[in-house]
Design a binder for this molecule. Sequence first.
Ligand SMILES: Cc1cc2nc3c(=O)[nH]c(=O)nc-3n(C[C@H](O)[C@H](O)[C@H](O)COP(=O)(O)OP(=O)(O)OC[C@H]3O[C@@H](n4cnc5c(N)ncnc54)[C@H](O)[C@@H]3O)c2cc1C
Length: 392
Amino acid sequence: MKNNYDVIVVGGGPGGSMAAWEVAKAGYSVCLLEKDRDIGYPVRCGEAIGEAALRQFVDPKDSWIASEITGTTLVAPDNTSVDIDFAKETGYILNRRIFDYDLSRYAANAGAEVYTKSYVKGLIIEDDFIKGVKLDYLGEPKEIRANIVIGADGLASRIGRAAGIRTQVRMKDMESGLQYSASNVDVPINKMIMYVGSNHAPGGYLWIFPKGNKFANIGIGIDGKASQHKSAKAYLDEFMDANFPNAAILTTMCGGVPCPTPMKSPIKNGLMLVGDAAHLINPVTGGGIAPAMKSGMISGQIASEAIKNNDYSEQFLSKYVKRVFKEFGNNHERLYRIKEVIHKLTDDELNGIAIKVKKIDPLKRSLGSVFKTAVYKKPSLILDVVRIFAGF
Ligand SMILES: Cc1cc2nc3c(=O)[nH]c(=O)nc-3n(C[C@H](O)[C@H](O)[C@H](O)COP(=O)(O)OP(=O)(O)OC[C@H]3O[C@@H](n4cnc5c(N)ncnc54)[C@H](O)[C@@H]3O)c2cc1C
């Protein structure tokens, strides 16, 4: 590990690897620092991603894909279920352990230096500019310098906090997540199943994402307020006991999924935050892999421009924020308002929507038709929808 780089990236998730890869491709020196001993492990994710979303960045490799998803089943509070086939797009349930590892290898093969067991503890700040990081590398304290630091260190972003960025998420926007990777479960191998309603997952959803023969990620995300009365674990355990009493749970993981609107200013002089660290998760689905990759890629490109221009100021780096908002941030703001509308639906309304959608010809069903039916069943939603698109 050298003492100086053009760019330092903190965090070896999909956001960090994409950022480091992009900087290395542009020919600048970059190091990627990961606190754990392995890239990609432990996995804290349901591992679902759309094929098209993934192909924007890389050609999927067979070893990354645990299963291909061709449709979804939505289950209402009264257990009425509606099947929706994906017309054109396919989804994947990834093996993130292999996927994340390979992304960091792409960065390394392009010239990035990757270091695990590198726990970044603070920032070097001089004259209000971030100039590098303080870390423990293999247990030894060290300082390394760079004109740009990219914080891709996930939800709790120590980097964001050290830079003085407000990183807290309101309780109502923080989904409490828990997931079991379970074997000996009989589930369809090409379908995602999602349960909604206050009995299944208040303010969120419970998912079954298949990962091959009799194996699946079965998880739950509920809103922070609901979890004060009954924990995500209690909901998920009840579901497992009722539906999969013979399941063997091979992995248990829990984690918060921040689902607020995107951070307005995830930058400082010499610093950009990406992915979860910048609150860039899709607030409706909780999907954050693709937004992390996209923001990581953009941050790497803007870092290279900043080096070319020898300008590391917050003003220059605001180009990063503008591009993120143009490409998906504005859409996430809209999705956040849609989430608020969805959360207002009562269990009876959700049951009614499911019964109505079931009457639609399966070939004509889509997520759009579910939404249209929701508006039909609850006309007051039209007002909310108008508000969403008018942006107030
Ligand atoms: C229960 C659950 C289910 C989910 N399911 C899905 C899903 O199905 N699909 C989807 O798209 N998204 C899902 N997500 C969200 C998704 O996992 C994240 O949005 C995504 O991993 C964000 O990528 P990232 O690179 O920003 O951060 P991360 O993947 O969190 O990577 C951050 C990295 O930084 C490292 N790090 C942290 N602090 C330091 C430090 N101080 N020094 C050095 N390294 C550090 C961490 O060890 C980690 O490797 C889920 C999340 C949870 C919790």
